[in-house]
Design a protein around this ligand. Structure first.
Ligand SMILES: *Cc1c(COP(=O)(O)O)cnc(C)c1O
Length: 229
């Protein structure tokens, strides 16, 4: 077995164990492999191993990679998730390849997405609202106290499907507190929209803990892909 296959298998079994431990169904947890800073060929190798969901955080890299994967491996249908901060002028491009946006965090981006979606009647986009769990406004994300108001605007957008909330736990502080805040925000969101019950949280260092706090979509890079350049 290749090293890549081993690492993917290892992460999948850790997900299963964490789900078990927290009385959760493993089918309720989606593994997104973050392939940023790695070539399209790595995504193709992962597709050959049965992996379907991929995450990227820069439009320029992601759009080229999605295209290349389709060129060299047209037999697969990868699902691309955009997980990074998104400038509004990149919304149109992201819509051309991504099925899910994890980082909807402000009105200007929402407006641009709606404008672009209005141009193509076939198109829809699944979105998570990203929360900012820090005091630093430059980190991206919406402050949790603004969630209900913003969620109402997203729900009023006919071509967006609101999946839930997304958060990145701070690297310095204890991740538990952050995952707890994400879980609480999710509860509040579900009082407005019961369908928006999904939680995107957890990365290589903390995905098992995130599963304990209800994460349904975990975004794992280095634990599977190895170190990024
Ligand atoms: C890079 C990235 C990840 C994956 O991080 P790892 O620590 O490599 O698992 C997850 N989420 C976001 C938003 C990222 O940018």
């Amino acid at each position: 077995m290749s090293a890549l296959a081993e690492r993917l298998g290892e992460v999948n079994s850790r997900i299963a164990n964490a789900a078990n431990q927290h009385n959760r169904a493993v089918e309720d947890i989606t593994l997104i492999v973050v392939t940023k800073n790695h070539p399209a060929e790595l995504a193709v190798s992962l597709l050959e191993l049965g992996q379907k969901n991929f995450g990227e955080n820069k439009d320029q890299e992601a759009s080229a990679k999605a295209l290349k994967v389709r060129e060299i491996a047209p037999q697969f249908q990868p699902i691309w998730h955009f997980v990074g901060q998104l400038q509004s002028n990149k919304a149109k491009s992201v819509l051309s390849y991504a099925a899910v946006l994890h980082s909807l965090d402000r009105e200007s981006l929402l407006k641009e997405l709606n404008k672009q979606l209005d141009r193509d009647e076939q198109k829809r986009l699944k979105v998570f609202i990203e929360l900012n769990l820090t005091d630093d406004p430059n980190r991206g994300g919406l402050y949790p106290d603004k969630l209900s108001e913003f969620a109402e605007q997203v729900l009023a957008s006919p071509r967006l499907d609101l999946l839930g909330v997304m958060g990145v736990a701070s690297l310095d502080g204890p991740a538990e507190a952050d995952f707890e805040r994400i879980a609480k925000a999710s509860q509040i969101l579900q009082t407005i929209s019961p369908d928006a019950r999904f939680i995107s949280a957890g990365m290589s260092a903390d995905f098992e803990m995130a599963i304990g706090f209800g994460a349904t979509h975990i975004r794992v890079g280095t634990a599977i892909t190895g170190k990024r350049q």
